[in-house]
Design a protein around this ligand. Structure first.
Ligand code: F6P
Length: 557
């Protein structure tokens, strides 16, 4: 893409900017008063998801101008380039082919002359063999005991995707998966890992080292601690267990770098490889998803892929005006660039989606937290908003106060399944749980309504003091899942992945690199050398020097 990709130089951007002038003072309440069929006009359904954009602060003319912007930015062409495996990640010169990980076996996708689909399915088959062996109790530790606890050591995309999905789909655990317990340790300070090491038996514990690069210090530090725990507990116990047996029976590696896995000592038969063209935060669909397959079984993992693939097909085929990821992206562009709403909250009304907002924080902010265009020009428009969230009903008792009466404009995404608990067989709890689900949806719908209407949500015409007033006018999107299944969750994640891509296309930024985190890693290494060697502190800034000296004082006290 060339410098004329700058969105703010497009006539459609200018048209939106002047349209925004007339919309800025319009309250959402008035938009609903003016038209009675906003839900019909602004909602769409596909792949088990209903997307309701009617509570956005826009009207049909706004959407039509935004669609002009999408066409001007050649969003349809960009979608084709992404899905066809072209080098859309320009700074790293490679495609971004997470969608290839969910192509069906009979499909084919040529990337630089090679069909990548057979390799994708070979990798799934290898993963399946490992899952079957662990489920069957045939994967034995070095002392011959069947593995029971599997600990995923990874961070960022090598942690958040599997963590989020395993939590979301825990109800789908098949009977054969019962024997295996799956855990996650990501924090470099070892706090999660230390807890596991205190409770688990080394004889029956296996570690999955998940790291695309296999250089991430957080993961490698946890891995070293885990390895030494196994060595000290198993080698020295008189059974004569050999270190190489421990390495073979207690470690699986998942990475795009087989050389680094070899170097670390992962047995080649325990290596699951994936490809440089899969971005870390887009990687749960392949071998990084091993913990998901361990908890939900391989059949459900494949259903997750099928749901995401259904969204990919929709993304490729649906016209822009009916394309869910495109519409979701355009609502975001409208809020960020034209209504100056730069905070975005993700609010799932389902405890199973507890990690969904953390997952989206990485997906959205690591992808689109950028300020230079493809040509290296500094942008003079906003890109990714600050995004955070929490399970909605809990957030109601935490930060909704700010949403309702604070000074910030915040756009919200409400996410909820329509059906739940109808399959509970225990008659004592079934009706109560169905009631709880209904209550949860009542809260979800009520909150988006109050955020929209403010005081007008209550028709009591009572005069209230200002501290009891609600101004409303906070825009929101609601995503309803027919029910939370592997398929609809796959579609939901793919919806957001593609939303991020469409926004990046319009903003003319690269969503597939993350150079911003590199400097921090480098400086952390330098700082650790200063901490250990004691040399170089004098050339640091005064604050860093003070902090380091406080640490040294604590260490020597
Ligand atoms: O630090 C950022 C990052 O590179 C993420 O993009 C990535 O998901 C995470 O670190 C972990 O990287 P890896 O899988 O290579 O260990």
């Amino acid at each position: 893409m060339s410098g004329d990709g700058r969105p703010d130089r497009r006539s459609s951007w200018q048209a939106l900017a002047s349209h925004a002038e007339s919309m800025r003072s319009v309250h959402l309440r008035d938009l609903f008063d003016d038209t009675g069929d906003r839900f019909a006009h602004f909602s769409r359904h596909t792949a088990g998801l209903t997307l309701d954009l009617s509570k956005q602060r826009w009207q049909p003319e706004t959407l039509s101008l935004l669609l002009d912007l999408a066409r001007d930015a050649d969003v349809p062409g960009a979608i084709g380039r992404l899905l066809n495996g072209e080098r859309v990640n320009l700074s790293e010169g490679r495609p971004a082919l997470h969608t290839a990980l969910r192509l069906p076996e009979q499909a084919s996708l040529l990337v630089e002359g090679e069909d990548v689909v057979p390799a994708v399915h070979r990798s799934l088959a290898r993963m399946e063999a490992m899952v079957d062996k662990l489920h069957a109790g045939q994967w034995r530790g070095a002392t011959g005991h069947a593995i029971q606890d599997v600990v995923n050591l990874g961070v960022g995309g090598s942690d958040l995707g599997p963590l989020m999905v395993t939590q979301a789909l825990a109800d789908y655990r098949p009977p054969e998966a019962e024997r295996i317990r799956v855990h996650f340790a990501s924090t470099m300070d070892g706090s999660q890992l230390a807890d596991y090491l205190a409770r688990f038996q080394p004889e029956t514990t296996l570690f999955v080292l998940s790291s695309k690069s296999f250089t991430t210090i957080d993961t490698l530090t946890n891995a070293r601690t885990a390895r030494d725990w196994l060595f000290s507990r198993l080698v020295g116990n008189g059974d004569g267990v050999k270190r190489d047996l421990i390495m073979r029976q207690h470690f699986i590696g998942v990475s795009a770098s087989p050389d680094k896995m070899n170097e670390w000592g992962i047995d080649p038969t325990n290596q699951l490889e994936f490809w440089e063209w899969v971005g870390g935060r887009y990687s749960l669909w392949g071998a990084i998803g091993l913990p998901i397959a361990l908890i939900t079984g391989m059949a459900n993992f494949r259903s997750l892929l099928a749901g995401a693939h259904a969204m990919d097909c929709h993304f490729r085929e649906a016209p822009l005006a009916d394309n869910l990821p495109v519409l979701l992206a355009l609502a975001g562009i409208w809020n960020v660039n034209f209504l100056d709403i730069r905070a975005h909250s993700i609010l799932p009304y389902d405890g199973r989606l507890a990690y969904f907002s953390s997952y989206l924080e990485q997906l959205e902010m690591e992808s689109n937290g950028k300020s230079v265009t493809h040509d290296g020009d500094v942008v003079n428009y906003s890109t990714c908003p600050v995004l955070w969230g929490q399970v909605g009903p809990n957030a109601q008792h935490a930060f909704y106060q700010l949403l309702h009466q604070g000074t910030q404009a915040v756009a919200c995404d409400f996410i909820a399944p329509l059906k739940r608990y109808d399959d509970v067989t225990d008659p004592a709890t079934r009706e109560h749980l169905i009631d709880q689900h209904r209550l949860t949806l009542a809260n979800c719908f009520a909150q988006s309504r109050v955020l929209m209407l403010g005081d007008d949500a209550i028709d009591d015409r009572v005069e209230r003091p200002s501290y009891k007033r609600y101004r409303g006018n906070q825009p929101s999107t609601t995503v309803l899942l027919d029910r939370l299944t592997p398929e609809t969750l796959g579609a939901l994640i793919a919806l957001y992945e593609h939303k991020v891509f469409v926004q990046a296309t319009i903003w003319d930024i690269n969503p597939f690199d993350q150079w911003g985190v590199e400097l921090g890693k480098q400086i952390a290494g330098d700082t650790e050398r200063v901490l250990v060697s004691g040399q170089g502190v004098e050339s640091m800034d005064d604050s860093s020097r003070g902090l380091i000296q406080a640490l040294w004082a604590a260490e020597s006290s």
